[in-house]
Design a protein. Structure first.
Length: 106
């Protein structure tokens, strides 16, 4: 009887955790769709290109973060090494682009 109750408890815990994970993914998907619509709306509204380009890049960065953390499950424990490599690559890429832009514009 005790083993059956333990299995039932584990099942309920997994079911609750999976439902919560699905809710986070649906919310993240809805936010990604909203950000995409905002990007299309800013172009459609005819805003100046000096506003539209950085705005779309900002929305793209936010979408990448959402997709990494929720769709690629980077928010779970045990994914610290891939996070380190991704963040390290982003920092190195940003530093490289900044260095080349500085060299070209100086």
């Amino acid at each position: 009887m005790g083993n059956e109750q333990l299995n039932s408890t584990k099942y309920e815990y997994r079911r609750k955790r999976n439902a919560e994970e699905m809710r986070h993914q649906v919310i993240s998907f809805a936010i990604s769709i909203f950000l995409t619509l905002c990007a299309f709306g800013s172009v459609y509204a005819g805003f100046d290109k000096w506003f539209v380009v950085p705005f779309i890049l900002l929305l793209a960065i936010v979408q990448v973060i959402f997709q990494l953390y929720y769709f690629m499950h980077m928010s779970h424990k045990g994914h610290e090494a891939p996070q380190l490599f991704i963040f390290g690559g982003v920092i190195i890429g940003f530093a490289t682009i900044l260095a080349f832009m500085t060299i070209v514009w100086w």
